[in-house]
Unconditional design. Structure first.
Lengths: 352, 238, 284
């Protein structure tokens, strides 16, 4: 075979080197994080940023979400476009795919809307807490009385809005509607106490008033979220989601795997034959395990569950542990080889 | 029947129809089965990406980048100042986009850069995982061959520990291929692991049977109880 | 012949279900141990149980009853539960199962409530697997690390989950899954320094032999072995809480027994047929 010219080979090798360098780099962080003592990780500032760095690694993987979609759409889309054999099935697949994407997106949008509404009530609680915190730490902030008045005006506005839009009609009479009404009344009742908040420093009465308003705001937020979620459970989007997810995805997936239940019976009938001492041992172990785990096994002997337990705890655990130890050592070797790019033949586009 | 109940019944009826379609494969492959099979794959493929975005990318990455986690209070102050450091997430996002270079003949090698990076991280994590899992396993294997209790030697426990240790060593030895088995001792010991492995595989088969049959029971119960109930209700039979 | 076997299996399952047959399940020691672990769990205010539901439709038949009994027990004990998943197909299980358990308990005990945000929060699907778990374990505050629940609400918004603190305050880790790799992530990475959590596991039957090695080493404190494990756990629950309803699970377990018997019969029949054929061949 003719050797490629040096000028042709070089760029390929350089690319492989870049890939190897990134492979090594990908593992360096976690390797160092695990071998470094905690104090060293702290003093280097890694510990405080570990969460964000780990998220960064997850982000890289998460960006691959579209790969499967692209592949499916291009493979099945082209089959439909050129009316190849089985195009109708491809159409069913793409209908399923886009329906699920659309319905899940719509449901998420609805959920974000509910969260945004509940957040409005949550702000009452958070703002009240923040006023207390800022006053106690003497942080730079607008005057206490101004903040308390702003809180009261905001809470009043929110309660008016809830009263006018949600606490009307039959939904308001449901248990969650009644709970929401009670939470709203509790917040409304605590608001006049905000007048006790003085303009300068925070008094015990003022702090108590703000804490009560904060707590009432949190309760209202929880009640509002639960109420809105209940209301949204009967929307078209939610029903479609249930139909696709519970009606089709779960049922079809379970049915596919359930086929194995009958296949294993056919396989057991045809293939599980006693021909040697070893296969007899295997059969005996299988029978003990099967009979020991079912209620009818106790009709044969009360000892069967105990025999099954012994079999699993002693010989099975020992043999499985040996298999697992061997496999783990092999996996460790593979991990090291992978990280150090010793198994990197596929990185090079040159055929060996 | 209110709309929620109607949708619930529809969901069960469609699910039952789909289950029967899948079960029809037991007779032979047919268009009814293939239709629902493709529909299932489509739905499964559509679910994943949305969940990654909804449960991870949006709340952990995109929302903080856009400042969505900063709450504006009624007096004009904010819960926390905007953190420009979140913008650094754009780096792994851009790097992760290199996966899509796989579709370009010219730049497909760039996809290998990000695949290599991910493999490297997985490799390093696997090293950590090995020690997290295997060390307690090894420690747990050092069992006393003579177990002493309050009343003296506990014979049953001692025998069990003996069987455990012997089985472990024989099976480990059976899978030890570094040296040849030509030696007289190794040649005789190595095959002893086989019958013990067969006991283990027998237990494995017995457990597998329960796993597979459980799936069948759940489906048959769904058809006989839930689906048949919904069908009767729709047909006004009960 | 093949189709006759299929029919026999379906009938073996269908007949007991149609007849409403129900027998007490086989006693499984591992499930009893798990019951004791959950029952004696000492969770102080602010401490939680972290339960991973990592199963989809493929193993729903076995994992769902396990999740039901584990959550029922935790709810009865009023231990706050954070639900998470490493597996995206668990979406429905995370939403539906705790709600159903809460509704069942509320029907059983009028006047008592198990509400979302108080009895449990749903952290949803979290990608990243081992990377996510090791970051969670090293986080100074689990509540803040988890950020938002599946509804988009900050976890800190719910008073019982507002300040979990470090992972040391996770008193129990429950992993209900049939996926070996997913379970391995918990065993390998859910530990920090001297902290080893109490881990209990609901596994599918196919992974029972493998799960036993972790039970022996103490890395697992309790195990639910497939449907049979869930059925026995529900039976133990019923002994302590007589109003607990496990009739559906017992019906399933009885049908499972019947299917086992038919399958064992098929194995014996297969061997008899093989012997007979061999004898015929020998006789010419």
């Amino acid at each position: 075979m003719e050797r490629p010219a040096v000028s042709e080979r070089q760029p390929i090798d350089r690319r492989a080197q870049v890939i190897r360098a990134f492979t090594l780099l990908g593992g360096v962080y976690f390797f160092l994080y695990f071998i470094l003592p905690e104090t060293a990780a702290e003093s280097l500032g890694i510990k405080a940023r570990h969460e964000a760095i780990s998220n960064g690694f997850i982000v890289i993987g998460a960006m691959a979400v579209g790969l499967g979609l692209f592949n499916l759409v291009s493979a099945h889309g082209s089959r439909i476009a050129f009316a190849r054999k089985g195009w109708a099935y491809s159409l069913a697949l793409l209908v399923g795919l886009f329906s699920m994407l659309a319905v899940t997106a719509a449901q998420w949008r609805q959920s974000l809307g509910i969260t945004a509404e509940a957040r409005k009530a949550q702000i009452v609680g958070e703002f009240a807490q923040r006023i207390v915190q800022d006053a106690e730490s003497h942080a730079a902030a607008p005057a206490l009385a101004v903040r308390a008045a702003a809180l009261r005006a905001y809470a009043d506005g929110l309660l008016d809005q809830i009263g006018a839009t949600l606490l009307v009609g039959p939904p308001a009479e449901t248990p969650l509607g009644i709970e929401l009404r009670a939470a709203a009344a509790s917040l409304r009742g605590s608001l006049p106490r905000l007048e006790a908040v003085p303009g300068e420093s925070l008094s015990p009465e003022g702090k108590g008033a703000l804490t009560d308003v904060g707590r009432a705001g949190e309760l209202l937020s929880a009640a509002l979220g639960a109420f809105l979620r209940q209301e949204s459970s009967s929307t078209m989007v939610q029903q479609l989601y249930t139909l696709l997810y519970e009606g089709l995805f779960n049922q079809l997936g379970s049915a596919m795997f359930a086929l194995l239940g009958v296949y294993i019976a056919a396989a057991a009938f045809r293939a599980f034959r006693i021909r040697t001492v070893e296969s007899a041992l295997m059969m005996a172990a299988a029978l003990i395990v099967m009979l020991g785990q079912i209620s009818l096994g106790q009709l044969i002997s009360d000892e069967l569950p105990a025999m099954r337990q012994w079999l699993l705890e002693v010989p099975n655990s020992a043999a499985f542990r040996a298999i697992r130890l061997g496999a783990s050592v092999a996996a460790l070797m593979l991990a090291i080889r992978m990280w150090l790019s010793i198994e990197s033949g596929s990185f090079s586009s040159r055929k060996r | 029947m209110d709309s929620t109940t109607a949708w619930g019944s529809a969901s069960i009826l469609v699910g039952g129809l789909g289950t029967l379609a899948i079960f029809s494969f037991l007779i032979r492959e047919n268009p009814f089965y293939r239709f629902f099979e493709h529909l299932f794959i489509g739905i499964a493929a559509g679910l994943g990406p949305m969940l990654v975005i909804r449960d991870f990318l949006w709340p952990n990455v995109l929302e903080p980048i856009l400042g969505g986690n900063v709450t504006a209070f009624p007096d004009g102050t904010v819960s926390e100042p905007y953190q420009p450091l979140y913008l650094l997430y754009l780096v792994p996002m851009a790097f992760g986009c290199l996966y899509y270079c796989i579709y370009s003949r010219r730049y497909s090698w760039l996809a290998k850069v990000v695949i290599g990076f991910t493999l490297g991280a997985s490799g390093a994590l696997a090293i950590r995982g090995f020690f997290g899992e295997v060390i307690p396993q090894i420690v747990g294997s050092f069992k006393p061959l003579v177990v002493m209790g309050e009343g003296g030697i506990m014979i049953a426990d001692s025998i069990n520990n003996g069987i455990f240790v012997v089985t472990l060593l024989l099976v480990l030895n059976y899978f030890f291929f570094t040296f040849g088995r030509e030696g007289a001792i190794q040649g005789r010991i190595a095959p002893l692991g086989r019958p013990l492995l067969m006991v283990c595989f027998g237990a494995f088969f017995g457990s597998t049977v329960m796993a597979r049959l459980a799936l069948l029971v759940e489906r048959v119960q769904f058809i006989l109880v839930d689906w048949a109930g919904a069908l009767r209700s729709v047909l006004g039979l009960g | 012949m093949r189709r006759l076997i299929y029919l026999a299996m379906i009938l073996a399952v269908a007949v007991p279900l149609l007849l409403g047959a129900s027998r007490s399940p086989s006693r499984l020691v591992s499930a009893e141990r798990m019951y004791d672990v959950v029952d004696t769990l000492d969770a102080k205010p602010g401490e939680v149980a972290l339960v991973w539901l990592d199963f989809g439709p493929g193993t729903l038949a076995e994992n769902e009853p396990q999740a039901q009994v584990l959550l029922e027990h935790l709810f009865r004990r009023r231990i706050p539960v954070v639900l998470l998943s490493q597996y995206q197909q668990a979406e429905a299980a995370l939403q539906r199962i705790p709600k159903e358990v809460a509704e069942r308990l509320e029907a059983e005990l009028p006047g008592e409530r198990w509400s979302y945000g108080d009895a449990w929060v749903n952290g949803g699907f979290r990608p990243g697997q081992s990377i996510f778990i090791q970051a969670l374990v090293n986080a100074p505050d689990v509540s803040k690390f988890l950020g938002r629940d599946v509804n988009g609400m900050p976890i800190t918004h719910y008073p019982r989950f507002a300040a979990i603190g470090g992972v040391e305050h996770v008193k129990l880790v429950g992993e209900v899954t049939g996926l070996v790799g997913v379970f391995d992530n918990i065993i390998q990475f859910f530990q920090k320094g001297g902290y080893r959590p109490t881990v209990v596991h609901g596994c599918t039957s196919i992974t029972i032999p493998e799960a036993y090695i972790f039970l022996d080493s103490g890395q697992l404190k309790g195990l639910l072995e497939g449907i049979a494990g869930a059925a026995w756990y529900s039976e133990v629950l019923k002994r302590h809480y007589p109003k607990s309803d496990n009739s559906r699970l017992l019906a399933v377990n009885t049908a499972l027994s019947s299917a086992h018997v038919v399958l064992i019969g098929l194995i014996i029949l297969g061997n008899v047929v093989a012997l007979w054929q061999r004898a015929r061949r020998r006789d010419g």
